[in-house]
Design a protein around this ligand. Sequence first.
Ligand SMILES: [Zn+2]
Length: 246
Amino acid sequence: MKICPQCTSDSHERTSSTGLRVVGCIVLLFIPYGFFICWVPFVLPHKFLCNVCGYHGKEEELLNLDWRESEELKGQHRELHEKLQPVKDMWVQDTKQNSYKVIHGKGQYLLLKVLENNIVPYRIVGYDKDTDPKRIMIKDNLVENFNVTSSISKIIDKSNVQVNDFGKTILLDEEVTKFFSCNVEEFSQWLNEQAKVALLIDIEVLPNTERTIIEGKNGYSNKSTLFTNENEEEASDSKKYNDFHV
Ligand SMILES: [Zn+2]
């Protein structure tokens, strides 16, 4: 099994074309001395695109797991899913009263953060139930396919945002209606009044370059930061970077 070096997903596709290499080879045959270099297109490294985090790299960067490592990775994914199952579809809040919904969709556990003008998905990569408050670790590298609205921009006018088909499968109608009818503080207050908030949590944003699942719990140490406003900006920039590359 070959997995993405960034998110450990085995869902990726080759983005470089063998057909184009054949065409390049034929073109080279028609130029002077091209016969001697017509093999060059075939030794250029193939590239891949990850369908989960959007990482675009050389195929040689893919991690090749043997049977035992594949089973170990599946076990780690299963363990994370089992830990998150009790909070699936629940609303949680951090100490600053930011609201998030934990959902499972398209094979991934996602954390949807409610912003003033949008609802933005993050990929959940860890959940520590033993801290007080409990801590959810996230990464922001996620392809557009996981967006729940028509745009991930934070500065877009709310009237230009629509919840897309995927969003409609994971957000209740009343939640969508309330989101569009009030500001973010009122939305968090409404969740509390409706007794919809199940947990107080810490959110920790991990660097996208850090492999987490495959490195186990120790991979979380030292490199991560709590979700502050500055980190949020960084996360947003990083997301734009990833989208640019998708
Ligand atoms: Zn990936």
